[in-house]
Design a protein around this ligand. Structure first.
Ligand code: BTN
Length: 322
């Protein structure tokens, strides 16, 4: 039986009897019971009561491709192919392995999941990805070859995230170079850009975005830094967030492909969390004041003695004060 359909029925957080579920799904009560056991893989709290049946405690808003596509402008809808899985290792990995837009220049493959079992963060860190709570979304596309075409790429993905948050009334989010999303002194989300290809051919780019939406203390207990979730700041719907994210990503990435990073520098600076702050570079134990970014998206740091240009991926930067 399709456990996605069973989850949909339970997602309202109400009690449903075994016979009611069986009738809706066209299966026996025994088949329902077996399917309920398979739901344990998602670590969901399902109560069973002799008289009332089964309840998914708290309910949840499942992601829904139709609902997401309905929220997208026609232009965006026609340039993407969208897939949603209940559970994957990593949405980035799925796209990197499939590389399925067959070289078409203006197509974007979007992969989403309710849960990741091997979510990938930057610098080899895991990305905690509990079921049904957050957004795990990757977008894959071709980018003409050359090394310089990659300048600022991961930064523009951050711009798309901030535009989406603002358009849904979620104010105050900033970008911590190169592409963490923070609210106040806490991390709300992150971006991992991975590449296939080489400078002489087209790149296949996969940009993965993880956004905490409704993460609980229990889910986040192993995260080794301060974090926050969108629902702590604003009412939100995961489907609306996902649609907004896709729309803004496609818009920003199309423009980036045509014009590069130059046109985005000013906007990135508006969202720059580090500008004017004392920062510490993990490589070399160097301290200084972040003064902004250059036209390639590198971070500029004034140490007092010199102005350093810090390239993405070479160092990590932590604000001393947050
Ligand atoms: C970071 O460390 O800040 C980057 C986190 C990126 C997580 C997202 S979730 C969707 C996509 N799939 C992954 O495995 N990672 C990215």
């Amino acid at each position: 039986m399709d456990i996605h359909s069973l989850l949909k029925l339970l997602s309202d957080g109400q009690y449903h009897s075994g016979s009611e579920l069986g009738a809706s799904l066209g299966v026996t009560r025994a088949a329902v019971w077996k399917a309920l056991k398979r739901l344990t893989q998602f670590n969901l709290e399902i109560k069973s009561d002799k008289n009332r049946g089964y309840q998914l405690v708290g309910g949840l808003e499942l992601l829904d491709c139709d609902a997401i596509e309905e929220l997208l402008p026609e232009k965006t809808k026609s340039s993407i192919s969208l897939t949603l899985a209940l559970k994957v290792d990593s949405t980035n990995l799925r796209l990197l392995e499939i590389n399925d837009n067959g070289g078409r220049q203006n197509r974007y493959s979007v992969s989403m999941a309710e849960m990741q079992t091997a979510g990938r963060g930057r610098r080899g860190q895991p990305w905690i990805s509990p079921f049904g709570k957050n957004i795990y979304l990757s977008i894959g596309f071709n980018l003409p070859g050359g090394v310089e075409v990659l300048n600022g790429l991961s930064l523009v993905v951050g711009i798309a995230v901030i535009r989406m948050l603002r358009s849904q009334g979620i104010e105050g989010a900033k970008l911590k170079w190169p592409n963490d999303i923070w609210i106040g002194s806490k991390k709300l989300g992150g971006i991992l850009v991975e590449l296939k290809g080489e400078a002489t051919t087209d790149w296949y780019v996969v940009a993965g975005i993880g956004l905490n939406v409704r993460m609980t203390e229990l889910d986040g207990r192993n995260i080794d830094q301060l974090w926050t979730s969108i629902c702590e700041h604003h009412e939100c719907s995961r489907n609306r967030l996902a649609a907004g994210l896709i729309e803004n990503l496609v818009e920003v990435l199309c423009l980036f492909k045509e014009q590069g990073f130059d046109g985005f520098m000013g906007e990135w600076s508006q969202y720059d969390l580090l500008k004017g702050r004392q920062v510490k570079l993990s490589a070399g134990n160097i301290e200084g004041v972040a003064t902004g970014i250059d036209s390639k998206g590198a971070l500029l740091v004034d140490t007092g003695d010199e102005q350093l240009t810090v390239n993405a991926g070479e160092v990590s930067v932590r604000p001393n004060e947050t």
